[in-house]
Design a protein around this ligand. Structure first.
Ligand SMILES: [Fe+2]
Length: 158
């Protein structure tokens, strides 16, 4: 991995993209989980989604987004607001147990549909913008946040 050819930026975006892919895969488990095990089974999937999203969101908000907020303040603010909405519904699972609120399963499904759109917005908007405009120092800052935040996926060895 060198800092001159852009491979660091591609590796950073690749890890964020693989996390998106994993989240989308987990979201697809929610409907069958609901049918087979109700809110209790959905809570297990929700916890897995939250495990992937925790460090992922930190890397985006503390690393990637600050480098783009100057040029795209409204878009970044909207994406962060969506992060908060998604987190709040996922946070209704406590110690692996779903919220007793009977509206939670529907609200979770709505939030996860929004998350799918949100992921597309990031991948079609934020990531290409970042690859086009961030410099070496920006990518180093993103990776520094990743180093602190960790990640739920296995990282490829370099
Ligand atoms: Fe993301």
């Amino acid at each position: 991995m060198c800092e001159y050819c852009g491979c660091q930026s591609l590796a950073t975006i690749d890890e964020l993209t693989r996390e998106h892919d994993e989240v989308v895969r987990l979201i697809s488990h929610l409907r069958p989980a609901r049918q087979e095990g109700g809110a209790a089974a959905m809570a297990q999937v929700a916890r897995e989604i939250a495990t992937v999203l925790g460090p992922h969101t930190q890397v985006e908000e503390q690393g990637l987004f600050p480098a783009l907020a100057g040029d795209f303040p409204e878009q970044i603010a909207a994406l962060e607001a969506e992060h908060r909405r998604i987190e709040s519904v996922l946070a209704e699972v406590t110690d692996g147990v779903a919220s007793p609120d009977p509206t939670w399963p529907d609200r979770l499904m709505e939030a996860m549909a929004m998350l799918r759109d949100h992921i597309l917005k990031e991948q079609d908007g934020v990531f290409p913008a970042a690859l086009a405009s961030l410099g070496t120092e920006d990518w180093e800052a993103v990776e520094a946040v990743r180093g602190l935040a960790g990640g739920a996926l296995v990282r490829p060895t370099t």
